[in-house]
Design a protein around this ligand. Sequence first.
Ligand code: SAH
Ligand code: F3S
Length: 491
Amino acid sequence: MRINFIFANMNRDKHITKHIDEKLQGKSLQYSQKPENRKKVFIESYGCQMNMNDSEIVASILLKQGYNTTDNVDDADLILINTCSIREKAETTVRNRLKHFNKLKQNKPQTKIGLMGCMAERLKEKILEEEKLVDLVVGPDAYRDLPNLINELEDGRKAVNVLLSKEETYADIEPVRINSNGVSAFVSITRGCDNMCTFCVVPFTRGRERSRDPESILFEIQDLQSKGFKEVTLLGQNVDSYLWYGGGLKKDFDKQPDEIKAQAVDFAQLLDKVATRFPDIRIRFSTSNPQDFSLDVIKTMAKHPNIAKHIHLPVQSGSDRILKLMNRKHSVAEYKAKIDAIRRYIPDVAISQDLIAGFSTETEEDHRATLDLMDYVKYDFGFMFAYSVRPGTLGAKKLNDDVPHHVKLRRLRQIIDKQQAHSLYRMQQFVGKEVEVLIEGNSKKSDRHWMGRNSQNAVVIFEKTGQEKPGDLVKVLIDDCTSATLFGKKI
Ligand code: SAH
Ligand code: F3S
């Protein structure tokens, strides 16, 4: 077996400017092939919102390469699985899915199968040995190289590119919105992460942190608005750390001359630009890291009614000792002070969490501290996980995964139960009140009802009146709720 390693090398800044200029002049790309001659790619995405958006970037790159996306896997010439490595279970899910594709490939051997995303980056060419049916391995910074890699496949070779980049942000690529409802879209603003939380594999799979040119972000939102989108979510592993100073790694910012530093754009400034330029677009962002979440961002949120009143502020643990072992750069007291400041400026804000149960050496006392913090904040909702050791992280190398599995699960259960009680409490506060809902589409359970979200990101279900459509912002009087959903009537 011959494996080819191909490395992309492009002058991306020039590329960005040229592409934007062409678009501003009203030129658009022409796809000369007839639809029936185009090949078909099936893209399946796992993991975070960033992965969903990356799949849309890949769909765009492949569109120019003669591929249309398909929802029917049996129809596909190329199957791409956008993978997640965050917990062991995420990887096991992909391995099981590959078994299914194995059967499919027996019936249709010409179908090519590619792994992209974090698992591709983590396992690199080793995955070709472990999973014989995989033809292509491509890491999160190498998607521009897909046309070359696919040529390799067409020549009967396997192909790998897992090179991480210092400047890749895909700023000039117009994502094909395959993971969207036509109302709400993801816009990536940073890539990678420099934080090195000891439990987390992301810095290894997505590389060092870099930010995207604000002009290209504004341009993309403008384009979304012209296509009828009403909401954007600005995405990054750590959005509050956004810093544009002309391109390059965040860690190299300090080495820049003063005049460059003076012109830099931080997250609060970006948020302000976006909210000012697009008053009719509802703006969300994710994920915030408490260490970087600044008062300026809180003030910007308070200033603009079109910035959604929701902050996802993962804390991971309520114990200072565990936070330190996790290499989180704040204490519980600092976190609580941030929560207090947020609530002072934005009283009706929703706050959500990520929490990990059973991190290395976690005691019952540490666990109780987590439950106490939850009682203090009373989060609106959250994402809660049992600790899963990830190979290569400092947690795997230096710390003992010594909390027994059944203890992790019991603590996780207690955390989830508490969160459910708090979610119900938060949802009950909306009952009897009027909320503004952006309609996303039909309710899953009944097409006589609409589903949308309010500013605080709570799901709202209400009966259709025949006067409204997806994308409309409507007022709904809430009359009932569960811990996850609000119900009401349009007024
Ligand atoms: N900043 C990122 C965090 C990515 S991981 C973001 O944009 O969301 C999402 C969440 O997964 C983390 O906040 C953490 O709670 C959880 N997580 C990460 N690594 C984990 C591990 N090894 N075991 C269990 N949960 C983990
Ligand atoms: Fe992971 Fe911590 Fe970054 S959770 S994505 S290393 S902020």
